[in-house]
Design a protein around this ligand. Sequence first.
Ligand code: PLP
Length: 361
Amino acid sequence: MERIYNFSAGPSMLPLPVLEQAQKELTNYKNSGMSVMELSHRSGWFKEIIEGAEQGLRNLMKIPDNYRVLFLQGGASQQFSMVPMNLLGPSEKVDYVHTGSWSKKAMKEAEKFAEVNVIASSEDGNFTYIPEVTKNMIDEEASYVHITTNNTIEGTAFRNIPDTGDVPLVADMSSNILSEEVDVSKFGLIYAGAQKNIGPAGLTVVIIRDDLIGHADANVPAMLDYKTHSDAGSLYNTPPTFAIYMAKLVFEYIENLGGLKTMEKINREKAELLYETIENSDLFTSPVKKDSRSLMNIPFVSPSAQTDAEFLEEAQERGLETLKGHRSVGGMRASIYNAMPQEGVQALVRFMDEFEHHRNK
Ligand code: PLP
C-alpha cells in the first residue's frame, strides 16, 4: 500500500528518509549485530546516539551553553507537574496564559502546588485568538510565566514571544518546536512531547536554563527532579533509547534540509496555501483570528455537520487521513507538521476546491 497523507495532530508523520534509514539499520545498527532497541543504554553505541541527538538539537535551535537539554519520559503532560514542582519559589505564585485545552490542563496540575494567576486568557473568544501579554501584567514575585506557544486543538499560535523581564518564561512547545526559528534565550524552560515534530511518542524534550535546576523540594521524587536527569546526562535510568535515536535522525534530516530557517520557509508556504484556500472558499471558513493563526494546526469548518462528514469520508477515500477536528471544536483540522510534504497540502487544497465545486453544480 502507498503511504498516505496523515493530517493527525499527533503522533504524526515522520520524514520518509528518516523512516527508511531506521529501516535499513533496524536489525544491525552500525555492524553492532544488534538493533538500536537491543543496545545497552550504557554502551558506546548509545552514548554516541544520545550525545549526537543533543548536539543535533543544540545546533538546530542554537541553544546557548547555559542551557541543559534533557531527554525524559512522561510526555508533555508530566511537565505540567514537573514545572511547578521544580521551579516554585518562596512566593508560591505562578502566572499562566490561558489559551485552550492544554493550558487548562497545565494550570490544573500547577494548582496542586502553587497559587495560579491567569494573567491573560482568550476564553471569552472561545480560544480563537492569542491574548496580548505585556510586562505590566506579570507579577514580579511569580516563579514563572507559562505559555503554550502553539495550541494544537484550537489552531492558534503566539506570533510574538512575550517579554517577561526577570520572571522566567516557561513554554509548552509540544506542537511547534522545530517548526520555525526561535530565540531560546527568551525562555527559562521549553518542553515538548516528541510525537509531532521530533520523533516517536515516548520521548519528552526539556531545554532548561542552568540556574533553574536544583530548586525542587527534598520530598520531590528523584525521577521528577530536573537535577537528577541533568546530573546523569539523561541516563539516570533507562531512557527511551529508540525514540532518542529516531529524534537524532530527524534532527540530522532538518539540518541537511537547511536548518530551521528553511523549515520555517517551507512551513509558511504550506500554511499560506491552506489558509488562502480557506479564505477564497465560499464553503469553508477558519474560526481563528488572522493574527493568531498556527502554522502547524489549521482548523476549518463548513456550514453543517453533514457536509463535514461527507468531506471527511471523501477525503479519506483519497488518502487524506485524520482530518476530523478535535471533538471540542468540531469541523476539520489539518495538522501539517514538519514532515507533511508540500504535495500533501497541495493534494488537500485540490480536493477542497473539487469538493466545493462539485456541491455548487
Ligand atoms: N501540550 C500540547 C500543546 C499538546 O499538543 C499535547 C498533545 O497533543 C500535550 C501537551 C500533551 O502531550 P503528551 O501526550 O506528550 O503528554
